[in-house]
Design a binder for this molecule. Structure first.
Ligand SMILES: Cc1cc2nc3c(=O)[nH]c(=O)nc-3n(C[C@H](O)[C@H](O)[C@H](O)COP(=O)(O)OP(=O)(O)OC[C@H]3O[C@@H](n4cnc5c(N)ncnc54)[C@H](O)[C@@H]3O)c2cc1C
Length: 302
């Protein structure tokens, strides 16, 4: 028996991948298809499944992490000046049988290692991905899309970084016999960044090109307009402060009422403002909301 077969499978696994193809979905959102000998053993558990991607070192060497159980402690000990940068992305589609995984990258300019790599990348270039391990028998986690059974009303507010997850969420819902009444608001860099999405009669979609406005301003405007459940008579809970310049904003729902569920992701300061509006002012049950800062303007948070 091999050593791997005799060990219990770990929830996550490090995959060596090579870029197979890249193609535009819109001016700022591009699909990257990666392939690798082990990708058949990757798993994805929800449409917002997050993964960690390791990019070439600042010196241009492909990442060469070793996927031992202590990989993270060893990674953190490496000098930031020479270690492969790590960023968080979403599995848009996994074709395990074909050994392929799609990730949709926002090209936001050559301002960070991920977007710089994505802008310049050519097929054949090697990266590494930390993703759920199909051999793990439990729930590997790494996703927040957990709508209550029989959900009746859904609110989705996102920017372009969360559009890959939203596209997957809509595909999942459109396949249900009775999808929930859904309002979707998507802020994009430009009006040409709207992409085709799965649909059904109870879905309304509003594309919100940002133009010259600050990232997230349109998302906050949408939260003001969105249809929300009637506020209860209870006082709104006191919200713990989050400094989005130093910490990740990550408020996740608890399984609950099927009447309403909200999933909000995008620029962190905007999501923080939406959190205040929905929970403190509009008294939406915080247990019915996922509020996630996917990036922070002017900061590197990973
Ligand atoms: C759970 C989760 C899932 C995500 N899924 C995806 C995904 O599928 N696709 C995707 O493209 N992104 C996704 N993101 C966002 C992505 O991790 C960030 O945008 C990340 O900062 C990109 O890294 P970078 O190296 O390009 O820039 P960084 O080095 O992190 O930042 C450099 C500069 O670029 C700015 N910046 C970062 N992102 C953006 C942006 N989108 N627009 C404008 N300026 C930006 C920063 O504010 C900073 O000033 C996800 C994030 C999370 C937390």
């Amino acid at each position: 028996m091999s050593q791997e077969a005799s060990q219990p499978a770990s929830p996550y696994k490090l995959f060596d991948v090579a870029l197979k193809a890249k193609s535009p979905l819109s001016p700022h959102l591009w699909r990257f298809t990666f392939e690798g000998p082990q990708v058949g053993r990757m798993a994805t558990l929800a449409p917002d499944q997050r993964i960690k991607i390791f990019f070439p070192t600042p010196q241009g060497r492909p990442p060469e992490l070793v996927g031992t159980p202590d990989w993270y402690a060893r990674y953190k000990k490496q000098d930031v000046a020479t270690r492969p940068p790590m960023r968080t992305y979403t599995i848009r589609a996994l074709r395990a049988h074909a050994g392929e995984v799609d990730v949709d990258f926002v090209l936001h300019g050559e301002t960070g290692p991920a977007s710089t790599w994505a802008t310049r990348a050519r097929p054949g270039e090697r990266l590494q991905i930390m993703a759920p391990n199909a051999a793990f028998e439990g729930d590997a986690g790494g996703y927040e899309w957990k709508p209550p059974q029989g959900l009746r009303r859904l609110l989705l507010i996102a920017d372009e970084t969360a559009l890959p997850a939203v596209a997957g969420i809509l595909e999942e819902l459109a396949a249900l016999p009775a999808p929930p009444i859904t309002e979707l608001y998507v802020e994009t860099p430009s009006e040409d960044d709207a992409i085709p999405l799965a649909t059904w009669p109870g879905l309304s979609v509003e594309w919100m090109p940002r133009g010259l406005e600050a990232p997230g301003a349109k998302m906050l405007g949408a939260a003001h307009r969105a249809a929300l459940p009637t506020a209860g008579s209870k006082a709104a809970p006191v919200l713990a402060e989050v400094n989005v310049d130093e910490a990740i904003l990550w408020d996740v729902s608890a399984p609950g009422d099927a009447g309403f569920y909200g999933w909000v992701a995008g620029e962190a300061a905007a999501v923080l403002a939406i959190r205040r509006l929905l929970i403190a002012e509009r008294k939406v049950d915080k247990n019915a909301l996922n509020l996630m800062g996917y990036w922070r303007e002017g900061r590197v948070l990973d």
